[in-house]
Design a binder for this molecule. Structure first.
Ligand code: MN
Length: 492
């Protein structure tokens, strides 16, 4: 069983007493069948929990309060098989704190030509009841996903499954702690941000830890622990260096950071090459390994990208492809085939690798420390997104761009870091102009596994601004959108 199954989504069917007990019994039976069908579908990653149907304002409020307080519950899915007057839902929905999906489906796929009479119509009237339910969500301005279609159709189930992943991101976000070793890189603007606003809006607890405490932990790691971690490295990567001492130091660093993250309950961390007092190397292999294990990481003190890396990794759990901290580094501007080359000083997550990564040791131009060990590899081809969260002052903006990763067109034998090459949508020139106009950072989360829709749903549920740059984006359209969103977000 996938570990995504630990997240529960409560399937809540609304009705009323007008129809009598027999109809309500049928409503409950049909809801159970749908919940079971969704649960057994191969495309829905989380658990769907059938809840007894709700028919009064008190029942509705009670179940929503229970959903709020249940730690396993990552969201609710509502469906109105019959007509459930929506004023009954106001008190409940006004206290709803969990992600909300309105599933507009129907128990029967087709209208039974001979079988349809008024009893049938009264039982199978979601076309009617779900409109009443939709109105109250809109009237109350509640962010929610509306999924329309027959519950046995795979594309419909997939839509619910995708939304569930975004809802899991919300739960992870609200519980996330980020450990910072050192501050933001001096003078850098885009990696800065309001940590109090981030905690209020996104739930992140972002706090600092002394680098000296990490050094103490690194020095305390037992050599036997390092020996067994080195065996793991040998199994998973190609050893392309004789400098085993450098690798052992990264192994110690990995174990020390992991211990501190576990003890503090942190899912993400940052560091900066400007504050490595007492450390022999900038963590390279160590950070790559921790990202591979699911931790978020941000270089140069970038806690926003670190948090987003962890959240997006959790959202993508069990999917093919890989999700990683990334940085736009350099371009190939060959006319008609313009490409971006992404990498970082050291820290690119090996979940992106096309082949077995190599462990190499090379000097690092900045930071003034010993030559760090790192994993070197190429990213694989495929559709992907890059996502960047920036602080606009008074609000956060999430910018997502569709990209198409390609096999790097050069070998680049002297480039000592992992690299990924991609074509930005709609094309590099338009895409980069839009990205820069939107204020997107050089640091991003790169994901083969997630789509822009996952991120849009996440942004809506977190109530943050969202900008998407895709195949149909134009500069004129984007400028208008930025202008209108700027006004509307200031009014919010
Ligand atoms: Mn960087």
């Amino acid at each position: 069983m996938s570990s995504m199954k630990r997240y529960e989504f409560w399937f809540i069917t609304g009705s009323q007493h007008l129809y009598g007990p027999e109809t309500l019994k049928a409503v409950a039976e049909h809801s159970q069948i749908i919940a079971k069908g969704l649960n057994e579908s191969g495309v829905i990653p989380c658990s769907v929990i059938f809840k007894p149907i709700v028919t009064t304002p008190d029942e509705i409020t009670k179940i929503i309060k229970e959903a709020n307080y249940d730690e396993k519950c990552a969201g609710i899915i509502t469906w109105m098989h019959t007509f459930s007057p929506s004023k009954m839902w106001i008190n409940g929905l006004s206290v709803l704190e969990k992600p909300y999906c309105h599933f507009h489906t129907q128990f029967n796929r087709t209208i039974p030509n001979e079988g349809i009479d008024m009893d049938f119509m009264n039982l199978n009237q979601s076309a009617h009841g779900d409109r009443e339910h939709g109105f109250i969500g809109t009237r109350m301005r509640i962010p929610r996903k509306v999924v329309v279609g027959y519950w046995e159709d795979e594309d419909v189930q997939e839509k619910i499954g995708n939304w569930m992943r975004s809802a899991v991101g919300v739960l992870v976000s609200r519980n996330l702690k980020v450990m910072r070793f050192g501050d933001n890189m001096r003078q850098v603007a885009v990696t800065e941000g309001d940590k109090v606003a981030a905690q209020i809006k996104l739930g992140w607890q972002v706090n600092t830890t002394a680098v000296g405490d990490l050094v103490k932990e690194i020095n305390a790691v037992a050599e036997e622990q390092v020996d067994s971690l080195l065996k793991e490295y040998e199994e998973n990567y190609q050893m392309a260096t004789d400098n085993i001492a450098a690798i052992r130091y990264q192994a110690k660093t990995e174990l020390a950071i992991k211990k501190m993250l576990e003890e503090a309950g942190c899912g993400a961390y940052t560091n900066t090459f400007e504050d490595l007092h007492g450390m022999e190397q900038l963590p390279g292999l160590a950070s790559q390994r921790l990202m591979e294990a699911g931790y978020g990481y941000g270089g140069e003190g970038d806690w926003k990208v670190s948090a987003m890396t962890h959240i997006m990794k959790q959202m993508a759990e069990g999917l093919e492809g890989g999700t990683a901290f990334m940085e736009d580094y350099t371009y190939d501007l060959t006319k008609g085939n313009e490409l971006s080359l992404g990498a970082h000083m050291l820290e690119v997550c090996p979940t992106l690798a096309a082949d077995k990564p190599r462990i190499e040791v090379h000097p690092l131009g900045i930071g003034g420390k010993a030559d760090p060990a790192r994993l070197v590899f190429e990213g694989h081809p495929g559709k992907a997104i890059v996502a960047s969260l920036v602080d606009m002052g008074g609000r956060f903006r999430l910018i997502v761009q569709d990209v198409e990763a390609v096999k790097p067109i050069y070998d680049m034998p002297n480039l000592p870091v992992a690299r990924v090459m991609w074509k930005a949508k709609p094309d590099l020139k338009t895409g980069a102009e839009c990205w820069i106009l939107a204020g997107g950072a050089h640091h991003t989360v790169f994901s083969y596994s997630l789509t822009a829709e996952h991120m849009q749903d996440f942004a809506e549920m977190m109530d943050i601004e969202y900008i998407h740059i895709g195949k149909d984006t134009t500069i004129e359209g984007l400028k208008q959108l930025l202008f209108l969103q700027d006004i509307s977000w200031k009014l919010k």
